[in-house]
Design a protein around this ligand. Structure first.
Ligand code: HEM
Ligand code: HEM
Length: 158
């Protein structure tokens, strides 16, 4: 339940930051809340068990290769390949909050390099989310399973 709620909050906040991208008060607040959602998700992982736990979030090259060699068998939690994307998405959101915050410090007054980095990260996040949606679509089709539906109801056949 918490994982799903946090996911849709994150998606909504990121979407909002892309649309309202003027760097104004609302943009900044939404961006910080998005970073907070990521932190909350990681804290949740630290206390929760099962498919949302920290152990299940540990990416592994060996598991990813095995997963690919087995031609992407169905998984109940994150599949090993998708897990890399999960971390990339979280990392980009955290870096966006960091660069957004830093770009407004007195130390960087008159220096727009950080704003460029911020804009690149935002573009990178756009590409990553597109790949994320593609991944969800491909795996839904391969596994004959409504993954976005499971992300709403929290139910998957075992
Ligand atoms: C999920 C988080 C965020 C996303 C996706 C995001 C995305 C963006 C995008 C797309 C732009 C327009 C860049 C351009 O082409 O000029 C922008 C600008 C800006 N953002 Fe963010 N942002 C996020 C979080 C934050 C946070 C937390 C701050 C905090 C202070 C912030 C501060 C700014 C500022 C000051 C600008 C204006 C830069 C300018 O004047 O050109 N952003 N952001
Ligand atoms: C800006 C938009 C989005 C971002 C940043 C994002 C990010 C993420 C992240 C970080 C996870 C891992 C969740 C966790 O373990 O806490 C995830 C999972 C997931 N997302 Fe998104 N997401 C976005 C939009 C969407 C949309 C629009 C859909 C539906 C069409 C979707 C469907 C899913 C599904 C089905 C999963 C579970 C994948 C699995 O079982 O491994 N996401 N997303």
């Amino acid at each position: 339940m918490a994982v799903r709620l946090l996911h849709w909050m994150l998606a909504g906040l990121v979407l909002f930051c892309w649309i309202q991208d003027d760097g104004g008060r609302v943009h900044r607040s939404a961006g910080y809340v998005a970073a907070g959602v990521v932190v909350a998700r990681l804290l949740w992982a630290a206390v929760a068990g099962g498919h949302g736990s920290l152990a299940s979030l540990k990416p592994s090259t060996a598991a990813t290769l095995a997963f690919l060699r087995a031609r992407a068998p169905r998984c109940i939690g994150h599949d090993p390949l998708g897990l890399w994307m999960v971390w990339l998405l979280w990392l980009l959101v955290l870096l966006l909050a960091l660069t957004g915050w830093m770009s407004r410090l007195d130390a960087f007054w008159g220096d727009d390099r950080l704003q460029h980095v911020h804009a690149w990260l935002a573009d990178g996040l756009l590409v990553a989310v597109a790949l994320h949606l593609l991944g969800v679509a491909v795996m839904s089709w391969r596994w004959r399973e409504n993954l976005p539906g499971a992300m709403v109801t929290g139910r998957k056949r075992s």
